[in-house]
Design a protein around this ligand. Structure first.
Ligand code: AMP
Length: 189
């Protein structure tokens, strides 16, 4: 079962996915992490992605789809794949549906927190693309290009909102309960 983690930069998707992966053996796939590895290894993909990432822009869809599709198509349906940071555009969402088997996407967790909380968290994280200027740009890109996915998955009946303006453990309990509920549903279906 593919679980899509949606929500603005800084909302805690990566933290929550890593915790759930560790305690429950879920697979956590972060496209941001995969890209940062490519950048660190100075691969061709990394070199072209770096320009976009350091500005806070999205890496073009064709590059992202190529990177993700192969990894996803072979994922066993009875296991849980937490997709962190993908899709980020409607075009990526459509490509994801083509790449995986029908019904494989079982859930989208939508993490929410006030924008001031997001900015504070991002500034304290101190990643290379976490300067105030780039953060502001990334939040704008998110609102314009990624936020439409909330309606997209809500229309498909897959969206569950997670209030992320809470303690990490409380959010995690909510995440685990929601994933296991969806997993039960998908096993029954
Ligand atoms: P993240 O670690 O998820 O915040 O991603 C860091 C950066 O990687 C983003 O600001 C984008 O430049 C790039 N990135 C990650 N995932 C995607 C994606 N699905 N589509 C386009 N760009 C992405």
């Amino acid at each position: 079962m593919i679980t899509i983690l949606l929500g603005a930069p800084g909302v805690g998707k990566g933290t929550q996915a890593a915790l759930a992966a560790e305690s429950h053996g879920y697979t956590h796939m972060s496209t941001g992490e995969l890209l940062r590895q490519e950048v660190a290894e100075s691969t061709e993909l990394g070199k072209s992605a770096d320009t976009y990432m350091s500005r806070g822009d999205l890496v073009p869809d064709d590059i992202m789809v190529k990177m993700v599709a192969g990894r996803i198509s072979s994922f066993p349906n009875e296991k849980v794949l937490l997709l962190d940071g993908f899709p980020r555009t409607i075009a990526q969402a459509a490509a994801l549906e083509e790449a995986c088997t029908s019904g494989a996407i079982g859930l989208s967790l939508y993490f929410t927190a006030p924008e001031a909380v997001l900015t504070d968290r991002l500034l304290s994280r101190g990643r290379q693309d976490d300067t105030l200027e780039v953060i502001t740009h990334r939040l704008g890109v998110y609102a314009k290009t990624t936020e439409p996915l909330v309606k997209y998955y809500s229309d498909q009946g897959l969206l569950r909102e997670i209030n992320s303006d809470r303690a990490v453990d409380d959010i995690q309990a909510d995440v685990l309960a929601t994933v296991s509920g969806a997993l039960n549903q998908s096993n029954i279906a």
